[in-house]
Design a protein around this ligand. Structure first.
Ligand code: ADP
Ligand code: MG
Length: 239
């Protein structure tokens, strides 16, 4: 439910600047997709938004409030990674409930939220299983469910489908789109290097190149009016 503003954000590791001054506003409820070649800074940018890493210079605002110094749990953000990292010894239910238990939520509230998320993702029948008894696609849905349970205002996805086979990628992508439509005002930032994912999921796409924004626009804008051959190469239009 947040508007996110990045103002001249940079990130350096030691002497090496990898995010080189990003200005970007992401609207409340928007589905924003970051694309760009390997190493251009997509994951770093997500970690900066999440608070897993500190920005070096610049400002980050959520709904007008400066969040530079807020830890991840205070930002109302949930992240879904490419490797779903479920706890192997915990049943699906407990994997999904874990974050809320840490936050000291009451049992009835946890139960309600876990079941609601499971229903949304159609994994109610899997709640008693262990991760090793699930397919890759089911595991990724559990990882998404674990994020939903925490009722975040922003979802961050870092190449969530890249470990899935082609058929599962399509299915899970459709589920993420459905999820976005079902959760009014929840902002999503999604990293991918897959053009089809970017074109079909995004309200807007931000093309990153070497730590800078090359172009930001709707899929149609980028397709019809790429401002460089670099963007055209990523979006697939001839130029
Ligand atoms: P992408 O996700 O687009 O592939 P990354 O954000 O992972 O790119 O990386 C961007 C650049 O920052 C790369 O050159 C990478 O080597 C560097 N980098 C990322 N994380 C670290 C880190 N913890 N320490 C040093 N350099 C890093
Ligand atoms: Mg990455």
């Amino acid at each position: 439910m947040a508007k996110i503003e990045l103002k001249n954000v940079t990130k350096s590791y030691g002497g090496l600047q990898v995010i080189k001054g990003i200005d970007l506003e992401i609207r409340k409820g928007e589905f924003m997709v970051f694309v760009g070649p390997s190493g251009c800074g997509k994951s770093t940018l997500l970690r900066l938004v999440s608070g897993l890493e500190e920005i070096t210079t610049g400002d980050m605002l959520f709904d007008g409030q400066r969040v530079n110094d807020l830890v991840p749990s205070d930002r109302g953000i949930a992240m879904v990674f490419q490797s779903y990292a479920l706890y192997p010894h915990m049943k699906v239910y407990d994997n999904m409930a874990f974050g809320m238990k840490l936050a000291k939520a009451g049992k009835p509230e946890i139960d309600r939220r876990v079941r609601e998320a499971a229903r949304l993702l159609q994994i109610e029948h899997l709640l008693d299983r262990l991760p090793k008894q699930l397919s890759g696609g089911q595991r990724q849905r559990v990882a998404i469910g674990r994020a939903i349970v925490r009722d975040p205002r922003v979802f961050l996805f870092d190449e969530p489908l890249s470990n899935l086979d082609a058929a599962l990628r399509v299915q899970t992508r459709l589920e993420i789109a459905r999820l976005h439509h079902g959760m009014q005002d929840v902002t999503m930032i999604y990293v991918t290097h897959d053009q089809v994912e970017a074109m079909t999921l995004a309200d807007r796409i931000a093309v990153l190149r070497d730590g800078k924004l090359e172009q930001v626009g709707t899929p149609a804008e980028l397709y019809e009016r790429p401002n460089s051959t670099f963007v055209a190469g990523f979006i697939g239009s001839p130029k």
